[in-house]
Design a protein around this ligand. Structure first.
Ligand SMILES: [Zn+2]
Length: 486
């Protein structure tokens, strides 16, 4: 059988168990799988493979895995950049309620396509996303040839969508989308977080997770100080105790943030093989309180916890560059805990194999080894900024950006080759996003122009805020604070 793709004479960062690096390596792809990984031979350039890629001055590495993301508002990149954190949360809460009710579908559709396009261009081959109405994002990523995990999020204290309706939607999403698009699109079980869900929602979520035992469970955990307060209001000792009581603290759990965690939390995560998705940019940009503790990444690594990286709400910090999260993770950890918190190779592993392990697919994705799915990226190292190519893992973690990705391969298909995206029409995606943003601005009274963003009137936003859910949330947290003071 003729190979589909052969890449030769490349620097190959395999990210296998030994972090093997080929200076002149060849990788052969056939039937969507990696068939061979070896040193290059002189006649590789004359291979009969359908596509032969000359890898000189190129780095071949596993596709990047964005372990925690939201996609629906991608078209609003640039709209939040100068807001205060209170204004941001107010606008987002109002918008999420409206998205949950199916409003602004045109903005969501355009944004999900734009996210898929930018992720292909930045070498992100797998995304783990939670959205209000995720069929748009699942279809956008499925049609673009990408791989992803999707699911509507569940919460009874964040918005007003009736709980029964949320669980009904969640179930029908799993039935319709799990294992679709040739297995590239998978479903997850997705309680939104530990600060806006009642114990009842956690218990119902656990029942749903038990019905679908192969699905990862994706949530925000120990993100805010309110996390443990809400757990105590839910009659548990703390957040992790609540998850343990309902049966969700195990190796299926992918927990975004894990920021306000203490020693005991770290031990319990490690003992239960639960994974963390670390998203440094979102909090470095939007930190509401400079005194709040920072994700204990060194301790999590010492405890052996799988630690992946995510962009989170990339439209809040205006970057869809996952390579940038590796650098940001290093800078934030060094600033909090002192220098040398990471070896560069650890950051490369967090961008790839650890993301795959977090999602339960470490034996299929995340490294370049024969028998794994062919999800690969080619970076152009010919730019002088990479000269003299000393310490390639450091060049990935510190120097490379999304703009250096030249080719992106998923399941053995070239979604982008030589900087040209094949699976989407870039011009159409960008035009639609611009048109959708213009329409949205007119619909909602939000000025979105070249010079910046002026959000809609405060009155209009307040009118669109959910009422019942957040009122219960504030009351519960307030009551718990009073109880603890007495
Ligand atoms: Zn998030």
């Amino acid at each position: 059988m003729t190979a589909d793709i052969l890449i030769h004479d490349a620097t190959v960062l395999t990210v296998d168990e030994n972090n093997h690096l080929y200076r002149n390596g060849t990788v052969v792809v056939e039937g969507g799988m990696i068939r061979e990984v070896r040193s290059s031979k002189p006649d590789d350039s004359k291979s009969a493979a359908k596509t032969v890629i000359d890898g000189r001055d190129r780095l071949l590495m596993p596709g990047l895995i964005n372990a925690h993301a939201h996609l629906e508002l991608t078209a609003l990149t640039g709209a939040f950049s100068e807001m205060g954190v209170g204004e941001l949360f107010t606008e987002m809460t109002a918008l999420c309620e409206q998205l949950g009710r199916g409003e602004y579908e045109y903005l969501v559709k355009a944004g999900c396509d734009l996210a898929a396009l930018n992720f292909i261009r930045g070498g992100i081959t797998t995304t783990n996303a939670m959205d209000a109405r995720p069929s748009r994002s699942a279809d956008a990523f499925g049609e673009a040839g990408l791989r992803g995990f999707f699911r509507p999020w569940l919460s009874d204290l964040f918005w007003d969508i009736p709980e029964d309706k949320q669980f009904e939607r969640a179930r029908s999403f799993i039935e319709e989308y799990h294992d679709s698009y040739g297995g590239r699109i998978q479903a997850t079980v997705c309680p939104h977080d530990d600060w806006s869900c009642s114990r009842h929602v956690w218990e119902r979520t656990a029942n749903l997770a038990a019905e679908y035992p192969d699905l990862p469970v994706h949530t925000h955990l120990l993100e805010l100080d309110a996390s443990n307060t809400m757990a105590r209001a839910n009659d548990a000792e703390d957040s992790l105790a609540l998850l343990e009581e309902v049966g969700l603290l195990d190796d299926r759990l992918v927990a975004a943030h894990f920021r306000v965690a203490d020693e005991n939390d770290i031990e319990r995560m490690a003992a239960n093989d639960a994974a963390v998705a670390h998203c440094p940019s979102i909090f470095c940009y939007w930190e509401p309180d400079g005194e709040t503790e920072w994700t204990p990444v060194p301790e999590l690594r010492d405890a052996g916890t799988t630690l992946s990286l995510g962009l989170d709400d990339h439209y809040w910090h205006d970057s869809s560059d996952l390579l940038g999260e590796a650098r940001q993770a290093r800078l934030a950890a060094n600033l909090s805990f002192g220098t040398n918190q990471f070896h560069s190779m650890e950051l490369v592993r967090m961008l790839t194999i650890e993301g795959a392990r977090a999602l339960g697919v470490g034996d299929e994705l995340g490294s370049i080894e024969p028998g794994k799915r062919a999800d690969l990226v080619v970076l152009d190292l010919s730019d002088p900024k990479f000269t003299p190519k000393t310490n390639v893992p450091a060049l990935v973690a510190n120097t490379a950006t999304a703009g250096d990705v030249e080719s992106t391969i998923v399941d053995g298909k070239l979604l982008m080759h030589d900087n040209e995206v094949h699976s989407m029409d870039s011009d159409t995606v960008c035009e639609r996003a611009e048109t959708a943003v213009e329409r949205f601005g007119n619909d909602i009274g939000w000025e979105l122009g070249r010079g910046g963003s002026v959000p809609p009137s405060h009155l209009r936003t307040v009118r669109n805020l959910p009422k019942r859910g957040p009122a219960h949330l504030v009351a519960r947290l307030g009551l718990q604070h009073i109880r603890e003071r007495l």
